[in-house]
Design a protein. Structure first.
Length: 325
């Protein structure tokens, strides 16, 4: 059972599921590099190939459990995680950020829209920015991000005006005016091709730009539209050390999802050594700390995560605040 006790005979066993073959094999190899950084993953932790479909992931998960795995970290993708969570009776800690997967023994490890919103809007509230508008392009992630911001911001006592949903920056400033006044801040959580045009349109308008953890993957230096913007990001001290080590090992930056793979292996190592590869072990009161920062799993399958908030300067970033769990 997902909530059962770990086996007591022999070393604890667990599995990290990555897409090492199929359409996402390049991503899988990157995550494997993160998982093995520093000589990992460690005794009793097996890296298994989830393939590219729900069916291949289920088959791999069943083999891992039949081989003694008491907990699975992965798969990466939501459809695979949903299928695996239904097929096996051990805790599944997916790297997906789809909160809809939580429950029934499945735990969400990916950095979610709600976690980004909690970090950035908490700092906005502390800095006395009272009225916020979320601007997103059409699409599922934009809708999810806007809903998360509305829920979090309202709980923080902020005035969350209706989200603006549009595919281009044309007319954005007019769309943001309510009774002739612009909001104190505009939250731009989606870092796709609309982000820079949105930011350019708001330059010089006297509103504070806010961003999500998706901004962490961008090179914002030398882009005037982002100067003095704030965005949610992993703990900069811990993550910088990981990213430097990953760069030295592979020649390329790691990114947040690589940090998740590294933290997932460390999670399995900690719980394996404690003989606590179980729902009870996952949801321990003290939580955990990884290269992305502190986190704590809830019994619902959701995860609380502490993040930093960075300010974009002239070629550098400065930490202006952080959230805890």
């Amino acid at each position: 059972m997902p909530g059962g006790s770990a086996r007591r005979d022999g070393p604890s066993r667990s599995a990290l599921m990555l897409p090492l073959s199929g359409a996402s094999a390049e991503l899988g190899q990157t995550l494997q590099s993160a998982a093995t950084l520093g000589g990992g993953p460690g005794i009793g932790i097996e890296i298994v190939d989830s393939g590219s479909t729900p069916e291949t992931a289920v088959a791999a998960a069943k083999r891992a459990v039949d081989g003694g795995a008491e907990m699975i970290v992965g798969p990466v993708f939501g459809a695979q995680a949903s299928a695996v969570g239904t097929a096996v009776r051990v805790p599944v800690v997916t790297l997906s950020n789809d909160e809809g997967l939580a429950g029934g023994g499945t735990y969400i490890f990916g950095v979610t829209a709600a976690q980004s919103a909690q970090a950035i809007l908490s700092i906005a509230a502390q800095r006395n920015l009272r009225t916020i508008v979320t601007v997103v392009p059409p699409g599922a992630f934009g809708a999810q991000s806007a809903q998360a911001a509305a829920t979090v911001g309202t709980a923080l006592g902020l005035t969350m005006r209706p989200a603006v949903v549009q595919a281009s920056a044309g007319g954005l400033v007019d769309a943001l005016r309510a009774d002739g006044a612009l909001p104190d801040a505009v939250y731009l959580p989606v870092a796709d091709g609309t982000l820079e045009p949105f930011a350019d349109a708001l330059r010089g308008q006297g509103v504070q730009l806010l961003g999500s953890t998706q901004w962490s993957a961008l090179d914002l230096s030398g882009r005037p539209a982002f100067r003095d913007a704030w965005f949610a990001a992993p703990d900069p001290l811990r993550f910088a050390a990981f990213d430097d080590a990953f760069m030295q090992a592979t020649g390329r930056p790691g990114g947040i999802i690589s940090g998740l793979a590294f933290d997932g292996v460390e999670l399995l190592r900690i719980l394996g050594q404690a003989r606590a590869l179980s729902a009870r072990g996952l949801t321990r009161d003290e939580g955990f700390t990884g290269v992305l920062g502190p986190y704590r799993f809830q019994r619902s399958g959701l995860c609380e995560r502490g993040l930093g908030v960075l300010r974009v300067g002239a070629g550098e970033f400065s930490l202006i605040g952080s959230t805890s769990v």
